[in-house]
Design a protein around this ligand. Structure first.
Ligand SMILES: *[C@@H]1O[C@H](CO)[C@@H](O)[C@H](O)[C@H]1NC(C)=O
Ligand SMILES: *[C@@H]1O[C@H](CO)[C@@H](O)[C@H](O)[C@H]1NC(C)=O
Ligand SMILES: *[C@@H]1O[C@H](CO)[C@@H](O)[C@H](O)[C@H]1NC(C)=O
Length: 893
């Protein structure tokens, strides 16, 4: 690791352009809909879109990891305006591989809450085979329904109301050997827990029918936003004979009521053609299933005192309600459970004796109770805990590793064995990851969370490092096979002496069994053999991280508009007077940059902003000022600081940003701030910044190079989320391979790519270098450059010798007081060391860095939940679902 040449020091020493050091969060971090509802347009990538008040999320990660995306064939594509509300059915995701493929929804309300989940299916001959598949749908570990489609243009909708028992809901498609399963759209709507009570034993209720009677437009339907709970109400009149629609135009407001039925649904009803006949609603609820029927009545006709509407309602011979009397503008809902022995074929509503008015009915809902057969794997073992950590920690991609690890038995994860003596909660008792190309260290604490484990086979992988002692803590472990890895060091005594354990360690030349044999090995020292061995270890230490970092992945997105982009058209314009008043006549300076001061401001609603003023004297700053404004009006990402407005009023030029309450990272790490950033927070900051940079590099087309990344340009929000700031030196490159030849100094000493000094090129890899320096600062708590009596010391020169001997203790910030996870710290230092490779081509793409940091966060989360193994441990932040977030501005479309 060669360090920065010294000649450049005099030139730059400490000319750190701290353009501004503060700003405040304006919009909340996520701009998603507050209710927590989500709609996924399956097969649609990479961007989300809005259709008739629905915000459709793009398909793919984090919802689903397998499958292929398709569009329906052209003759089935919906294009006309009337069909607009169904356009999400034009694309789909199909699952040619594996027996079970799952979407995982993580609603923000989490477990213990009620959700309506709805899936749509339209085949549309997407595969040009004209062969319509039949497949099953599972909700978690239990059967939900079977999808039968009558023809290519048929649309099938399945809906279920479900109380989530965990924070994640799996919707799985099951291949039954009758064609490739697919899905067109998936929605989730949070419901109040009390709605559609009683939900017997929290069993899911699958929708059979939901009808709005009296709606005159046959193909019309009522749905969100008219229905706040996302229910869709279709015309029901074909289910009744000899009835006629009635309706009202009076204003109805049921908003405050339990069911929140839309007024469009309440204001229509049916009544018999001949009032001396009963109103008969045909339903076909077969026997052998338990149903819940909801009949909604809403009296919207005002009658005189001596008139009354009173009805006798018969569901079956034994289930009936007599003398149901309606009151003006009062919703009355009749709920009945129909047990499996009874069959419900129609509901007959007649006028009670003495009623002066004919019967009416407004709406009907019928739900079939879905009985459960299976329990999910115990939470600590299950998909979102130990197994998730193993899967993400080792990057295991197996098609069967979706949904629950143990259940249903037919779809159990490959290599996993469970004990589920029927009725009990399944536990993982054996895990076989033999020959699975695992590398890195054995994550002892993660494996030991599978505390019922009897057999662990990790043979024939490339596992390195020492055998963790924590494996000895797994009480029932009988077989531990570590044959054929690259493990080193002393085998823990506790493992060797564990009774009943068969330990297989062959094929690990670096392992030793007694302290003395380990010593003799290392003491041979000067011998050639040992030199070769240590060189090999060193090589592994250096190259493994590089290889890890260099895994190539597809770029995610291409969205940067080609047009030049005039920021004035996209941002709010402020007048001079407004800027004066928002900053209270430039009262409080929160930073100072190359082209002027930064002031704290307040918008009308009390929202704080940072106002960056271009001083009149600064001619050089104007180009940067303008290029920053242009760029920020083009890009939007939650990890990039955003531009709210500008002022261009004669001599006064100002940019107005979201304010970031916690200031910049450099200040927090090395300043006088009494707050010590925790290790996990540091990881989160690193990950956030990587997300932001990844977006600039790979989410934008053409890519954008920041060119001045440094810890003072990483700003932190109130809740310690990081955003990249200061785009004044950014360059938009025409292509991936294009580099920028600059004669003008760019960037900040200490963060500047050493290759820049040689050839004056700045490209994506230069940002990665700067990012590596920021990682080192986060770990060590030291600034990039330290001035000592001997001269100037660069952080790379300080860290490198310590890294070479693996001295993590002295690398890590003493302010952490040893409170960090050694595994994640090691991984971060490895990532940092590949980022700061002197040779730019050896540095990883930021996309890989982001992924690796995500794994570090996962390690950390696991570590934490272990310490506080409380009831709430599994509700801790789930990193596998932490994504870089919205890649498009909320205002688009
Ligand atoms: C209603 O039915 C009764 C009995 O069948 C019949 O007498 C009467 O004429 C019918 N009324 C109308 C308006 O059709
Ligand atoms: C693990 O699977 C491999 C084949 O993939 C097999 O040879 C081995 O015996 C299995 N180990 C155990 C403990 O079942
Ligand atoms: C351990 O794994 C190796 C290679 O997969 C196998 O040959 C050996 O029999 C295993 N040992 C035990 C005790 O299962």
């Amino acid at each position: 690791m060669k360090s920065t040449p010294l000649w450049i020091l005099g030139l730059y020493a400490f000319v750190s352009f701290i353009f501004f050091s503060h700003s405040v969060q304006v919009a909340a971090d996520d701009d998603s809909n507050d209710s927590g509802a989500m709609s996924i347009d399956c097969g649609l990538t990479p961007e989300s879109w809005d259709n008739n008040d629905f915000h459709y999320e793009a398909d793919g990660s984090p919802f689903v990891e397998s499958g292929k995306v398709y569009s329906v064939s052209s003759e089935h594509t919906l294009t006309s305006d009337e069909e607009q509300s169904w356009q999400q059915l034009n694309t789909l995701r199909s699952f040619p591989e594996g027996q079970r493929n799952c979407y995982t929804l993580a609603p923000k309300q989490g477990r213990g809450n009620k959700y309506l989940i709805r899936a749509f299916f339209k085949y549309g001959n997407y595969d040009k085979n004209n062969s319509i598949p039949t497949f099953d749908l599972h909700l978690g570990v239990n059967y939900w329904t079977t999808i039968y489609l009558s023809d290519s243009s048929d649309v099938v909708r399945s809906e279920v109301i479900h109380v989530a028992q965990s924070d994640h809901i799996d919707v799985c498609l099951i291949n039954k050997g009758q064609g490739t399963p697919f899905i067109s759209s998936l929605e989730l709507w949070p419901l109040p827990i009390k709605l559609y009570q009683p939900t017997p034993n929290l069993l899911p209720l699958a929708l059979t029918t939901r009808r709005n009677f009296g709606m005159t437009e046959r193909f019309d339907f009522v749905r969100y936003p008219n229905d706040p709970y996302g229910r869709s109400w279709f015309q029901g009149d074909k289910d009744t004979k000899n009835s006629r629609p009635i309706s009202t135009s009076i204003a109805i407001d049921d908003d405050s009521k339990e069911y929140k039925l839309p007024k469009e649904v309440l204001s229509t009803a049916i009544t018999p053609l001949n009032s001396s006949f009963p109103l008969v609603v045909n339903v076909n609820a077969s026997t052998n299933h338990e149903y819940y029927v909801y009949l909604h009545f809403f009296e919207f006709e005002k009658h005189s005192q001596n008139q009354q509407r009173s009805m006798d309602i018969a569901f079956t011979d034994s289930i009936r309600d007599n003398n149901v009397t309606l009151e003006y503008l009062q919703l009355q809902t009749i709920v009945h459970r129909i047990p499996r022995e009874l069959s419900l074929t129609n509901i007959s509503i007649t006028s009670s004796p003495g009623s002066t008015l004919p019967p009416i009915v407004n709406d009907l809902e019928i739900y079939r109770v879905r009985h459960k057969q299976n329990s999910p794997t115990r939470e600590g073992d299950g998909k979102f805990d130990a197994m998730r950590n193993i899967r993400h920690g080792y990057n295991i991609m197996r098609i069967s590793w979706q949904g629950d690890p143990c259940m249903p038995e037919d779809y159990r994860w490959e290599g996993v064995t469970c004990n589920n003596y029927s009725g009990s909660i399944p536990r993982i008792i054996s895990l076989n990851l033999s020959s699975s190309r695992l590398d890195g260290e054995i994550m002892g604490t993660i494996f030991s969370k599978l505390d019922m484990l009897e057999s662990l086979d990790l043979s024939n992988n490339q596992l390195t490092g020492e055998i963790p002692e924590s494996l000895a803590k797994v009480a029932n472990l009988k077989v531990l096979n570590l044959t054929g890895n690259d493990l080193i060091g002393l085998v823990p005594e506790s493992l060797e002496e564990k009774s009943g354990l068969t330990l297989s360690l062959d094929g690990n030349p670096g392992l030793c069994h007694t302290a003395s044999s380990c010593k003799t090995k290392t003491l041979i020292g000067p011998l050639v053999a040992s030199a070769i061995a240590s060189a090999a270890v060193l090589l592994i230490a250096i190259f493994i991280p590089i290889m890890l970092c260099k895994r190539k992945r597809k770029p995610q997105n291409a969205m940067l508009p080609k047009k030049g982009g005039d920021f004035r058209s996209k941002c709010q314009a402020f007048s001079l007077e407004e800027v004066v008043s928002m900053t209270n006549n430039f009262e409080s300076v929160i930073g100072e940059g190359g082209f002027g001061k930064v002031y704290l401001g307040k918008l009308q609603h009390g929202i704080q902003v940072a106002v960056k003023l271009l001083s009149k004297s600064s001619h050089q700053g104007f180009t940067e000022f303008e290029s920053e404004a242009k760029l920020l009006s083009l890009v939007y990402h939650k990890n990039l600081v955003s531009l709210i407005g500008y002022c261009d009023d004669g001599d006064m030029k100002a940019l107005i940003y979201e304010y970031m309450a916690k200031g910049n990272l450099l200040h927090l790490l090395t300043g006088k701030s009494p707050y010590v950033i925790k290790w996990k927070e540091r990881l989160q900051i690193a990950f956030d910044a990587a997300c932001g940079l990844n977006y600039l590099h790979n989410g934008c087309n053409p890519p954008i190079v920041h060119r001045d990344l440094k810890s003072s340009n990483i700003l932190l929000s109130e809740n310690m989320h990081a955003k990249i700031a200061d785009f004044g030196l950014c360059k938009v490159f025409a292509s991936d391979t294009d580099t920028h030849i600059s004669t003008r100094p760019a960037g900040t000493f200490g963060y500047l790519d050493p290759e820049f000094h040689r050839c004056g090129n700045l490209h994506k890899n230069s940002d990665v270098y700067s990012f590596g320096i920021i990682l080192l600062e986060l770990m060590t708590g030291r600034p990039a450059i330290i001035k000592t009596s001997e001269g100037i010391n660069h952080i790379v020169d300080w860290v490198t010798p310590k890294f070479k001997v693996g001295d993590m203790e002295s690398i890590m910030d003493p302010k952490l007081e040893g409170k960090f996870n050694i595994a994640s710290a090691r991984k971060v230092i490895e990532i940092a060391m590949c980022c700061i490779e002197t040779s730019a081509v050896k540095r990883p793409d930021i996309n890989n860095v982001e992924n690796d940091l995500k794994q570090c966060l996962a390690l950390e989360t696991n570590n934490e939940s272990e310490e506080s193994s409380s009831l709430f441990s599994s509700s801790t932040f789930d990193t596998s679902f932490y994504q870089c977030g919205s890649h498009s501005p909320p205002s688009v479309r």
